[in-house]
Design a protein around this ligand. Structure first.
Ligand code: FES
Length: 120
């Protein structure tokens, strides 16, 4: 049974993380639904893959998620374009974004809210 770990960046080190919770989920379940069943409600909107409100950053195990569907690909491309415009090309380096309402869990992963630059 795969484990989904929710993590948050350490306050003074954006590339190090503190574990918040872990969830054992059925292989192949949709990430958002699997956590919701256990009482953890991730940020979301349409739950249909088009709004991008459920975007998450994959900190570890991106290879353990289902391939992107056509709608997830379109939405992720839109989100990445928006991030590039707001924060520059460097922002996306090393980041894997997915939609929790579309991606299915096939193995262990660690996820967090997309790390955006801190406001001054
Ligand atoms: S909730 Fe809208 S894309 Fe996932």
């Amino acid at each position: 049974m795969p484990t989904v770990s929710l993590v948050v960046p350490k306050p003074d080190a954006d590339d190090q993380f503190d574990l918040v919770t872990t969830h054992k989920v059925e292989d192949g379940n949709v990430l958002f639904e699997a956590l919701e069943e256990q009482g953890t409600i991730l940020p979301h909107g349409c739950l249909a893959g088009s709004c991008g409100s459920c975007r998450i950053e994959i900190i570890a195990g991106p290879e353990n998620l289902s391939p992107l569907s056509a709608i997830e690909t379109d939405t992720i491309e839109y989100l990445e374009k928006s991030y590039r415009e707001r924060f520059g090309e460097e922002f996306l380096k090393g980041k894997t974004l997915r939609l929790s309402c579309r991606t299915r869990v096939k193995g262990d992963v660690s996820i967090c809210k997309v790390r955006e630059p801190k406001k001054a």
